[in-house]
Design a protein around this ligand. Structure first.
Ligand code: CP
Length: 313
């Protein structure tokens, strides 16, 4: 098993991971995949607190399952805004300091983009960003990249279409930053006008001389790319529901247009989906979103193991 793979204390954003780290991290993830039921001593007597201020199925369940497979106990609050003392006006910082006293790790999902930075600034135990507003979802990016790597045996020289709500999708930001570390990757950003990719991302790509185009011609993009990464229109972040209605349902993958994808291309989605991938394509061998979600378990086992080793020193 790979040991001492990085000096990281916290997992805050995907820019913190470099190629050298990712290579070793994927070896550790492979190990976790192969030995999922043989590693329960790794985090024995540790406590992983799951502090979720926004809803989650995949991230919450997979972190809890990962912690338990490694032998840790979990403490959990869903809807933390309602069911913790935040409802009485407690600040995030105070909550983190208090939960520190009962935990060895804190997995945090929160609506504010800077929530994990703020939490890490007052935390003695590792903070793991499990989704911060419209900003970042770094553990999702690691499992997305791991899924790409498992399918292509490479993470470079790929053409990637990113489709949907590119303005608000935190998984989009984290994945683009991660993929932009590798030579030869090219991006096709396909979005409704009110969901276009953030300027901060395109500036980052420009600065690093990485090729990308913005287009609304999904069908022509489908013929060219290796990865189609669909995303949901993020209704919860729209103040004006008319704007949401304008964006919803424009870009959809179904039985008709999946035929345009290359035979060895893959179709991904961080999930949950609403209507952007028709269930009729789930049985297509290129549909990888359930495999992608399952990879989240082993990636999160590797994250907990890595942080535990780093923080032993
Ligand atoms: N992909 C993802 O973050 O899903 P959940 O919101 O269900 O955790």
């Amino acid at each position: 098993m790979a040991k001492n793979i990085s000096p990281y204390k916290h997992v805050i954003n995907s820019q913190q991971f470099d190629e050298k780290f990712i290579k070793k991290f994927f070896e550790l993830t492979d190990y976790m995949k192969k030995h999922e039921n043989e590693v329960e001593g790794e985090l024995k007597h540790k406590i992983v607190s799951l502090l979720f201020y926004q809803p989650s199925t995949r991230t919450r369940f997979s972190f809890e399952a990962a912690a338990k497979l490694l032998g840790a106990c979990t403490l959990m609050t869903e809807s933390a805004e309602l069911f913790s003392s935040v409802s009485k006006g407690e600040s995030l910082e105070d909550t983190i300091k208090i939960v520190n006293g009962y935990s060895d790790f804190i997995v945090l999902r929160h609506k504010e983009n800077d929530s994990s930075d703020r939490a890490a600034s007052v935390s003695k135990v590792p903070i793991i960003n499990a989704g911060s507003g419209t900003g970042q979802h770094p553990t999702q990016a690691l499992l997305d990249l791991y899924t790409i790597y498992n399918n292509f045996k490479r993470t470079r020289n790929l053409k990637i279409a990113v489709v949907g709500d590119l303005a608000r999708g935190r998984t989009v930001n984290s994945l683009v930053y991660l993929l932009s570390r590798y030579d030869g990757n090219e991006f096709y950003f396909v979005a409704p006008e009110n969901c276009r990719i953030k300027e901060g991302i395109t500036e980052h790509l420009d600065e690093n001389h990485i090729r990308y185009i913005e287009t609304t011609d999904l069908n022509s993009v489908l013929k060219k790319v290796d990865v189609v990464y669909m995303t949901r229109i993020q209704k919860e972040y729209f103040d004006d529901l008319e704007e949401y209605q304008k964006a919803k349902g424009i870009f959809v993958i179904n039985k008709a247009n999946i035929k345009l994808m290359k035979k060895d291309a893959i179709l991904m989605h961080p999930l949950p989906r609403v209507d952007e991938i028709a269930p009729e394509v789930d049985s297509d061998p290129r549909a990888k979103y359930f495999e992608q979600a399952r990879n989240g378990l082993n990636v999160r086992m590797a994250i907990l193991k890595m942080l535990n080793d780093n923080n032993k020193k």
